[in-house]
Write a protein that binds this ligand. Sequence first.
Ligand SMILES: NC(=O)C1=CN([C@@H]2O[C@H](COP(=O)(O)OP(=O)(O)OC[C@H]3O[C@@H](n4cnc5c(N)ncnc54)[C@H](O)[C@@H]3O)[C@@H](O)[C@H]2O)[C@@H](O)CC1
Ligand SMILES: Nc1ncnc2c1ncn2[C@@H]1O[C@H](COP(=O)(O)OP(=O)(O)O)[C@@H](O)[C@H]1O
Ligand SMILES: [K+]
Length: 505
Amino acid sequence: MNIVTAKEMYVWDRQAMEEAGIDGKILMENAGRAVAQNVEKLVDKRQRILVLIGAGNNGGDGFVIARTLLNKGYTVRAVQVVPDEKIKGDALAHKHMFLASNYQLEHLEKLLDLFQSIDHSDVVIDSMLGIGVEGRLRSPIDQVVEYLNQSKCLKIAVDIPSGVPADEGVTDFSGLKVDHTFTIAAPKISMFIEKTAPYFGEWEVVEIGLPTAKLKKAKRKLWEKRDVAATFPRRNAYAHKGVHGKALFVGGSFSMPGSIAMAARAGLRSGAGLATVATVESAWPSVAAHIPEATYTRVEEEAGSMVGVIDSGIEGYDAIAIGMGMGRKEGAEAMLRNVLEKSTCPVLIDADGLYHAKQLLDEVSVRNAPVILTPHPGEMAHLLGIKVPELLARPFEWSQRLASERGVYVVLKGPATIITTPEGTQYVETSGNAGLAKGGSGDVLSGILLAMIMQTSSVADALCNGCFLHGKTAERLTEDSHSQVDLLATDVVEGLSQTLRTFSG
Ligand SMILES: NC(=O)C1=CN([C@@H]2O[C@H](COP(=O)(O)OP(=O)(O)OC[C@H]3O[C@@H](n4cnc5c(N)ncnc54)[C@H](O)[C@@H]3O)[C@@H](O)[C@H]2O)[C@@H](O)CC1
Ligand SMILES: Nc1ncnc2c1ncn2[C@@H]1O[C@H](COP(=O)(O)OP(=O)(O)O)[C@@H](O)[C@H]1O
Ligand SMILES: [K+]
């Protein structure tokens, strides 16, 4: 499913009308009916519904919703919150249909009266403003939104909650916080931005008859269950360990032996055929105790940190993950440089490896085999030389910039993980929960991703499926046997088995 900006939505809408000849009034009817149908699932006929209608086409949808629900016997009051002369075009046509159906339209005259109506309603449907919002909310909608944000009634937004921008990059706004959003035709980018996402509540896309083929080739896609089903690697009955990849995990230090152990174990649990861990001697015993299935390569150390490089055999691996617990000493940077230059397979860089990668972005750019960077927002901001809030305001744009300038895959981690390919295609993967907000979760993800890369022909599919496997495992564990408070990264590693049983062959 495509994720759109406001501009892309308007272009799609115009193409539907001008090229496909679909009347805008029909699209509005479809939109209003689709939203009304969903409202029926949430509301019963005894509940009092208030539909708030604004000036643009979002308001037009509101006229259709109010008429549809009234036709079906729901208790609905419709209030137009803007003056009559502001209602134009298709919205005006639907206003006429509403009035000609003999339904009553109220007008906002005194705010106090409207506040009283809100107090006497169980459900408020917000069709005041949609993706056409510009700047901060103006009077009287700002006051209505402020009052509604304090109200206990059930709030449902049409397309997007009033005041909330559809795109990334807008940080100065005031908006309505709703319980449910029924968004038209496609999810909007702001649903995946930290600052705006909480305004939408639970959201769902409603289909209104826009021709899918007219939407220009997707630049951003939501990674869904059906994508997982179509691309998740299947085990071949005649397989042997060599078929599923030989992975090298480089990292660990005396003070941080756990990260590399978790990554390698997660890699094996996710289907890697063979795993070798390259780590310092002082970390080796504890790592080996956790993964007897792995083999080991010793790396020279100084005061517990890596200083040596891997002398031989690095060409023999199918994929390498580097950085977990490797520390920030200069020697570790030399190791990363060595891996980037000598190996010919995909290299995934995480954690401390990303710290060193900042100095090695030119080496990264010239590599022929894929490089995958898996930063959390702090690491990504460091790589780009910007502040975290700046990154979080425009994560799609920054990811695209880094991926295309350096020719790398970027996995920007978070509640909505954004996966960007070197060509600039972006995927959003939303599984997981705050149980994963704990040390070690990223290490586990690295191991899963590396295993997926070795088992899938498309790196992008592998990364999306790996994030899905990680997030779904956390979701399942916090439903079945853990809470979001106690969940550990190692629980996720062991929980992979059960998740894999449900969807891999
Ligand atoms: N294919 C589509 O895209 C369809 C879109 N539809 C609806 O149309 C909406 C977009 O319609 P519009 O472009 O008319 O935009 P809006 O319905 O968001 O309204 C924009 C109007 O709101 C006012 N406004 C803008 N910023 C404001 C602010 N900060 N404070 C107060 N008032 C402000 C201005 O009068 C402006 O003309 C969508 O969100 C969706 O609900 C549907 O009608 C069906 C088809
Ligand atoms: N609140 C959250 N909701 C969903 N996923 C989360 C949340 N917090 C963290 N995660 C996931 O957990 C992982 C954390 O990675 P990272 O920050 O690198 O952890 P660490 O450095 O501790 O290993 C990422 O995959 C991220 O998407
Ligand atoms: K709205």
